[in-house]
Design a protein around this ligand. Structure first.
Ligand SMILES: [Zn+2]
Length: 64
């Protein structure tokens, strides 16, 4: 079965690659490191900030 490495998106074959679903041991360890440092959870609040900025600008327009 073909998987995509969650770290670098390279296709890997689960029948041939013992690191599957990762393409290599380096990516497997890199994934564990990313979870441990919480890097996956940090990428989301940036979108909320953009929304708040947009809403504030709309409020300004209504006052004029
Ligand atoms: Zn990889």
């Amino acid at each position: 079965m073909i998987w995509r490495c969650p770290i670098c998106r390279r296709p890997t074959d689960s029948a041939a690659d013992r690191h599957s679903p990762f393409c290599s041991e380096r990516c497997r360890l890199g994934d564990l490191g990313a979870w441990a440092s919480g890097r996956y959870a940090i990428s989301e609040p940036a979108l909320e900030f953009d929304d708040a900025d947009f809403a504030a600008r709309e409020e300004e327009d209504n006052e004029t």
